[in-house]
Design a protein around this ligand. Structure first.
Ligand SMILES: Nc1ncnc2c1ncn2[C@@H]1O[C@H](COP(=O)(O)OP(=O)(O)OP(=O)(O)O)[C@@H](O)[C@H]1O
Length: 263
């Protein structure tokens, strides 16, 4: 996969990001840059701070210290904490996407498939019903869902189909940044493989930048250009995916890699 690093600034710049839960470290001193079109996987065992980091990035959780800067269109790198509540909400609904591990948390289960996709499109100003419906149908097809099922509720879809619907709902606004929390966990292995292929294809086709949290190194190997290895809330190793997985430097990464048979 090719990464466009010609732009003078990264899309996302994170520095010293820290969050404690009482005396316990959620994550500490996390820093990285993400360039347009780049996929970064955050890996580590349970409790290593991956979810905390993702919640901080999506501003669902407030940081105790550190900064998150994003290259806003027309404004350049801007600290998220400087945005008004309305600007932040707009950003999350349009230029950013968030794929939840459990699609039920990222979909409106009482709305139709079409409404789930159309809703985010309306956040960008789309008002024409026919056009919204046509775009929603087009996106269902792009994630390999039958467009004829546009009026069905997601409750009638399988887990893998719900996850694809959640992805369509996010991508319809053409976001530049996707945050994904274990997007393939909890699915059958064959469904997982197909979804991974699809994600890889979409990320490449739309030049998406993404931060993907996963405990599965095979997912990281397939999707990510770079890895951030976390242990006890801190980054212990970072580098190009193949380099880190083929020649891990930190003992913790070596342990992670050696505990997986086939990568
Ligand atoms: N709401 C909370 N209250 C107190 N401690 C928390 C809370 N959420 C997370 N923690 C603690 O913060 C640390 C990091 O947890 P986090 O959920 O970020 O890890 P993770 O790598 O995402 O784990 P998993 O893969 O199991 O989701 C852990 O020690 C955890 O116990």
């Amino acid at each position: 996969m090719q990464v466009d690093s010609r732009l003078p600034t990264p899309l996302l710049k994170v520095s010293g990001l820290t969050r404690y839960y009482g005396a316990r470290i959620g994550c500490a001193e996390v820093g990285f840059e993400l360039w347009p079109g780049e996929v970064l996987a955050v890996v580590g065992e349970s409790g290593s701070g991956k979810s905390t980091l993702l919640k901080l990035l999506s501003t669902r959780l407030a940081a105790d210290a550190g900064t998150i800067e994003y290259a806003l269109l027309g404004r350049g790198l801007t600290e998220l904490s400087r945005l008004s509540e309305a600007e932040r909400r707009w950003l999350l609904r349009t230029d950013w996407g968030f794929v939840e591990q459990n699609p039920r948390d990222g979909l409106r289960m009482d709305g139709s498939a079409g409404a789930n996709v159309g809703e985010r499109l309306m956040a960008t100003g789309a008002r024409h019903y026919g056009e919204i419906r046509a775009t929603a149908q087009d996106w269902l097809a792009r994630v390999e869902l039958d467009p004829a099922r546009i009026d069905e509720a997601p409750t009638r879809f399988s887990g893998g189909m719900q996850q694809r619907l959640q992805i369509a709902r996010n991508l319809v606004t053409k976001p530049r940044l996707m945050l994904m929390d274990e997007p393939t966990a909890g699915l059958d292995v064959s469904v997982q493989a197909r979804l991974l292929d699809l994600l890889r294809e979409l990320v490449t086709r739309y030049g998406l930048a993404a931060v993907i949290v996963t405990h599965d190194l095979a997912v990281a190997r397939l999707l990510a250009h770079r890895l951030l290895v976390m242990q006890g809330g801190r980054v212990v190793e970072t580098g190009l995916t193949d380099q880190v997985l083929d020649d891990p430097q930190h003992p913790y990464t070596q342990l992670l890699v050696s505990s997986v048979l086939h990568l």
